[in-house]
Design a protein around this ligand. Structure first.
Ligand code: ZN
Length: 235
């Protein structure tokens, strides 16, 4: 009965559709703009070098390669930009745009940007909560179904799972801000002509939608568990 709950599909479906659409959009946008060479022939690694100097972060941010496609990220613990092969070595509009975005995270870190610090601080708790949350919830669900106990354990599971939702929500300002910083950096650097700036913006906007989709899915998922606990509480 639990797995055929129509409410689950009602709540999960919008998140799933949004996620599939956002993934398709980021992939197709990236495919397009990774084929568009930038006029100056600058690779991601070269752009990182120029933009790090422009931001005054020389010696404070390292640049390394990482395998995969669209696996680019900034690791605050290592103070390192990890660039995927196509971004590191590609001289495309997408490569430089994505590099600037990752450097935006490094700037957030260097400037103690609040939402990034908050996100970093809650990571350990979120990891524990997401591992224990489902187990606690399902234990509570089984006990409540057998009318042996209250729904307290279910609510505890939801509390543990809510960390993931908070994480995905606080990721939104972090990502939007990194892209805003990237666009400002690119405008100031004169690395890009206006048309290329527009291309970079398109790629970064498409990437931002994947985070919106993830946050929506996580919240809708949590909402479903809240509705289950609510029903159990009323019994
Ligand atoms: Zn990012």
């Amino acid at each position: 009965m639990f797995f055929f709950d129509p409410l689950y599909f009602l709540l999960a479906l919008p998140g799933l559709i949004l996620t599939i659409w956002a993934q398709w959009r980021v992939n197709s946008t990236y495919s397009k703009f990774s084929q568009v060479p930038n006029a100056r022939g600058i690779t991601g690694v070269q752009a990182a070098d120029i933009l790090i100097r422009q931001a005054g972060l020389q010696g404070r941010v390292d640049v390394q390669g990482t395998p995969g496609k669209l696996s680019d990220h900034y690791d605050p613990r290592k103070r390192t930009l990890f660039l995927s092969p196509d971004v590191a070595r590609g001289a495309s509009v997408a490569a430089v745009g994505i590099t600037a975005h990752e450097l935006g995270h490094a700037m957030q870190h260097a400037q103690n940007y609040g939402p990034l610090n908050f996100r970093m601080a809650i990571v350990p708790a979120v990891n524990i909560g997401s591992k224990l949350g489902y187990a606690v919830f399902f234990l509570g669900f089984c006990l409540a179904a057998q009318a042996q106990g209250s729904s307290v354990l279910m609510w505890l599971g939801i509390l543990l799972l809510s960390g993931t939702a908070i994480f995905s929500l606080v990721t939104l300002p972090v990502e939007f801000d990194a892209s805003n910083r990237a666009m400002k950096m690119l405008e100031q650097s004169a690395l890009f002509v206006p048309q290329e700036l527009q291309g970079a913006r398109t790629v970064l906007t498409a990437a931002a939608w994947t985070y919106v989709a993830a946050a929506a899915s996580t919240l809708l998922n949590l909402l479903y568990y809240i509705s289950l606990a609510n029903r159990a509480s009323r019994r």
